[in-house]
Design a protein around this ligand. Structure first.
Ligand SMILES: [Zn+2]
Length: 304
């Protein structure tokens, strides 16, 4: 075959596949009606809607605390009607993306953190030292997720009133699964007397308060703030005093200080995951993600 003809065939093939891929992308994106900032919330929505009409923004493996989205990231979705945010300072970057949208007038945006801040949990746990108003990691407490499920169901019904009874049925089924998850966590953790740990980031504070775990120290309250030598020494002292064997980090963060502290304590690094990953079968749904984390906590406390 002459070289030019060969090249033309290849070029043609490339053009054809690129076009069909583009077609597929626009086809899929037309279907998306609901967008969440974080993956686990999109899984929760899917359980209620029973449909694949939901997508999430934060890519797997990236921390929401220092995420810089592409300014045009939302433009490819032509039919988005509802955006579900966690709220607080965890997904403020979505608001930046919204300023680039043409259809923003028809859009409903809900903020879960500010909605459930009115729930009884907040009233009970608000203390001098602990300000849940500042902590956005609400989805890591399955009981707060039950509140979130009720809020999301109401929103889905507003969006699609004909599906009301189906959504309500799905909601009840999922609330039951969350109850089972809650029981499983209580049962598993009840075997351990000593439930203290040192974590790199404070994502599991709600979880810990709910299930009686004791967060001895959160190494970094603020992801972008450097630790002082005094702070490092204090953490190492507490770790030694409590014979800490694991330093808990998260896959989305670069735990450089945790590595130093672990070295000093002769402790191991162990990873819990607040976000999950749709490509990883051990944490590709919210419930599997929480079961994965439960197993990590089990491992930490077995050694205490
Ligand atoms: Zn976090």
């Amino acid at each position: 075959m002459p070289r030019l003809v060969y090249l033309l065939i290849i070029l043609n093939f490339i053009l054809l596949t690129t076009c069909s891929q583009e077609k597929n992308i626009s086809k899929t994106n037309n279907k998306i009606q609901i967008i969440t900032s974080l993956f686990p919330v999109s899984d929760i929505v899917k359980n209620i809607s029973g449909q694949q009409n939901v997508d999430f923004i934060l890519p797997p493996g990236v921390s929401p605390h220092d995420f810089e989205p592409n300014p045009n990231q939302l433009k490819k979705y032509a039919n988005v009607k509802l955006i579900i945010l966690i709220g607080g300072d965890i997904d403020e970057w979505v608001l930046k993306l919204l300023s680039n949208l043409k259809y923003k007038n028809d859009l409903r945006i809900i903020n879960l953190h500010s909605s459930i801040i009115k729930s009884n949990y907040y009233k009970i746990h608000l203390t001098k030292e602990y300000h849940p108003h500042d902590d956005p990691h609400i989805w890591l407490d399955p009981i707060l997720v039950q509140e979130m499920v009720k809020i999301i169901t109401k929103e889905l019904i507003l969006l699609n009133p004909k599906e009301k009874s189906r959504y309500n049925q799905n909601r009840d089924k999922y609330l039951k699964q969350l109850n089972e998850l809650n029981t499983k966590i209580i049962d598993t953790l009840s075997h351990f007397k000593k439930k203290d740990y040192i974590s790199y980031h404070g994502a599991f504070d709600y979880f810990s308060r709910r299930y009686g775990l004791n967060t001895l120290i959160v190494i970094k309250r603020s992801v972008n703030k450097e630790l002082s030598v005094i702070e490092m020494k204090k953490i190492i002292h507490t770790g030694k005093k409590n014979k800490i064997q694991y330093i808990v980090t998260e896959p989305q963060l670069n735990p450089k200080e945790a590595l130093v502290i672990a070295e000093e304590l002769d402790a191991k690094i162990i990873t819990i995951d607040p976000i999950g990953d749709p490509r990883d079968p051990s944490k590709n749904t919210y419930i599997r993600l929480m079961e994965y984390n439960l197993n990590i906590f089990k491992k930490i406390f077995e050694g205490r």
